[in-house]
Design a protein around this ligand. Structure first.
Ligand SMILES: C[S@@+](CC[C@H](N)C(=O)[O-])C[C@H]1O[C@@H](n2cnc3c(N)ncnc32)[C@H](O)[C@@H]1O
Length: 280
């Protein structure tokens, strides 16, 4: 049963962190001419209306991209990320938010490959109609955890993989670990990005340590905490991006950007970031 719909959450603080890190990684990949394969295992719909009833229900984007949209003091990389969101809103007002497939598509070059997997029939249909006919792109309604096996090693010998489950289904935490273990055996050189929620669940707390153990060649963990969990300990306090085989430039970039994001996206006094890495 697929109850999760990303349309409720599009453009929230977690999307800002995720898509910023994704952009920085792809920009680094673009520093070399050689093409690469981008695999997005949980792609979503590709783009979301912020004026529709889903996004308006809780207005999560207002505490995310909405807080960055009109600022004129953004550090360069954040201005570039907001610039991508602006390209998705050519009319100049914030009405749409680009999902990860759109962010990727804006950054990939003509020779690069994009492989998108999405299980939900509605989101798959929207994604297929948006990017299905684009050059170099393949969209499949398939289980992204399983499908990753068929994508590695890539014919390009360079790859970036984004694993962005909802963690609402049973077993997503364990499947992330098992999928990455298998993927690293197939292609140890890939850059693997995993998004994870900051919630009070044992599996969520343990996930970074489990991922570190898989990544002998190096990892980076960036976490952005923006709000207090509710009285029952529920709610998304923040989120993490865990990167296996990160570009060497990523730590320095995030060290400069995360304090700014805490300042701008923080919703309480204890808003904070964590940035940790082990280099190869
Ligand atoms: C967090 S959302 C993805 C958001 C998207 N990556 C972005 O940043 O715009 C997770 C998506 O995974 C889909 N999904 C859930 N289980 C899946 C699976 N096993 N394989 C592929 N997609 C799945 C959900 O329908 C949902 O659209």
């Amino acid at each position: 049963m697929l109850a999760y719909r990303h349309a409720f959450h599009a453009g929230n603080h977690a999307d800002v962190l995720k898509h910023l890190v994704l952009m920085l990684v792809l920009q680094h990949m673009n520093g070399k001419d050689k093409p690469y394969r981008m695999v997005d295992t949980h792609a979503g719909a590709g783009g979301y209306s912020l004026e529709g009833r889903y996004a308006q229900k809780k207005g999560e984007f207002e505490q995310g991209i909405g807080r960055l949209w009109n600022r004129d003091d953004l550090p360069a990389e954040l201005a570039e990320y907001v610039g991508l969101v602006r390209r998705f809103n050519p009319q100049g007002t914030l009405e749409q938010y680009p999902g990860s497939p759109a962010i990727e598509h804006m950054l990939l070059r003509p020779g690069d490959q994009q492989r998108l997997f999405e299980l939900h029939p509605t989101d798959h249909r929207i994604l297929e109609s948006y990017l299905g006919a684009a050059r170099g792109v393949q969209v499949q309604q398939a289980d992204g955890f399983d499908a990753l096996k068929g994508q590695l090693p890539p014919s390009t010998r360079r790859a970036v993989v984004l694993i962005d489950p909802s963690y609402e289904g049973h077993g997503d935490y364990s499947r992330v670990v098992a999928t990455l273990r298998d993927a690293l055996q197939r292609f140890a050189e890939g850059v693997y990005l995993v998004w994870a929620p900051q919630v009070q669940k044992v599996e969520a707390v343990q996930l970074p340590r489990r991922l570190e153990a898989l990544a002998p060649k190096g990892w980076l963990h960036a976490r952005l905490t923006v709000q207090r969990p509710d009285a029952q300990g529920f709610g998304l306090a923040g989120s993490s991006m865990f990167v296996i085989n990160p570009p060497y430039t990523l730590h320095g970039q995030l060290a400069a950007l995360l304090p700014f994001l805490v300042e701008v996206l923080g919703q309480y006094d204890a808003a904070a970031y964590l940035l940790d890495q082990r280099a190869a």
